[in-house]
Design a protein around this ligand. Structure first.
Ligand SMILES: CC(=O)N[C@H](C=O)[C@@H](O)[C@H](O)[C@H](O)COP(=O)(O)O
Length: 303
């Protein structure tokens, strides 16, 4: 296993603590507190944006920090650590790993080799944020330490899905030699487990844990529109049921292609904190006795 594979333990949760300008939690120490809470609850890594948050979170927690700097540049769609300048600032801020856009647009794949070399020279490991299998293969060939599905659905040519791209996780895990990190639109513990069953080394969860405005919006929308009778009975709204069913059916397909059945059953949510698994106080079991590294049951929503 690569250095990054050891730094980020297998099957671990990485929590993305990011609040962009204009979001309610932007500024101050909100993301530091989010990071502390995440680590207290079992997160084995933190992903964060911006030199000041990276520096403050690096000082506050003792788990690996994946740093990125989002920067929009005129005429470009590349925004995750776009240039050498951001890599330098991320290194100075004390991150262990830098997250870089390694997508096949605007000549980015040609620049990536030099950016990866620069990151190495600054003592950083590299997480390549990709959107397709081909980009993941290219990133690994160029020496990335980790490949993340971060940008799946965020490039015009990648699969556009409402939930996580578990098929991409599986394709990358089958063909790419470095650890795969599942990231993007993971809203429930069941989806996180499904990503592991598809071969992910670790899972990044962001909005479902650290963007309260999105979490609250899902509840408000469900109340405003009224849940279906089936959704009320199951404790989920109908869009939850649809997305969850999608994850399950994909994992079942993966199982037919050789995934261990136990993994597939676990990924499908068997006995994993669904509404029927309550303790005597009516709390979800996982809430009553969280496993090390486990996340609390979360509702699902659009990211
Ligand atoms: C596409 C993009 O800009 N992704 C960013 C990457 O760092 C973050 O805004 C996401 O929150 C992160 O990827 C985690 O994903 P989610 O919040 O869906 O769990």
């Amino acid at each position: 296993m690569s250095g990054a594979g050891f730094l980020i333990p297998p099957r671990s949760l990485i929590v993305s603590c990011q609040a962009l300008e204009g979001e309610p939690l932007h500024g101050g120490d909100a993301m530091v507190k989010m990071a502390r809470a995440a680590v207290q609850s079992g997160a084995a890594g933190i992903r964060c944006n911006g030199a000041s948050d990276i520096r403050a979170i690096r000082e506050a927690v003792d788990v690996p920090v994946i740093g990125l700097i989002k920067r929009t540049m005129p005429g470009s769609d590349v925004f995750i650590t776009p240039t050498a300048e951001e890599i330098g600032r991320i290194a100075e801020a004390g991150a262990d790993i830098v997250a870089l856009d390694v997508t096949d647009r605007e000549g980015r794949l040609e620049q990536a080799q030099a950016l990866i070399a620069l990151a190495r020279s600054r003592g950083l490991l590299v997480m390549a944020d990709v959107s397709t299998l081909e980009e993941g293969l290219a990133a690994a060939r160029m020496g990335a330490d980790l490949v993340g599905t971060t940008l799946a659905g965020y490039t015009p040519y990648s699969r556009q899905l409402p939930g996580p791209d578990l098929r991409l996780v599986e394709e990358l895990a089958a063909e790419v030699t470095v650890p795969i990190i599942a990231e993007g639109r993971i809203w429930t513990p069941e989806e996180a487990a499904a990503a592991l069953a598809c071969g992910a080394h670790a899972v990044v969860v962001g909005s479902a844990i650290t963007r309260p405005q999105r979490i609250a919006a899902r509840f408000a929308a469900a109340l405003a529109s009224g849940a279906s009778a089936q959704g009320r009975a199951a404790g989920v709204d109908s869009s939850d049921a649809d997305t969850f069913a999608g994850s399950v059916s994909f994992v079942k397909a993966a199982d037919e292609n050789g995934k261990p059945e136990a993994d597939a059953a676990q990924a499908a949510g068997a006995g994993t904190g669904l509404p029927e698994a309550m303790d005597e106080n009516g709390k979800p079991e996982a809430d009553a006795a969280p496993a090390a590294g486990a996340v609390q049951p979360q509702e699902r929503g659009a990211s």
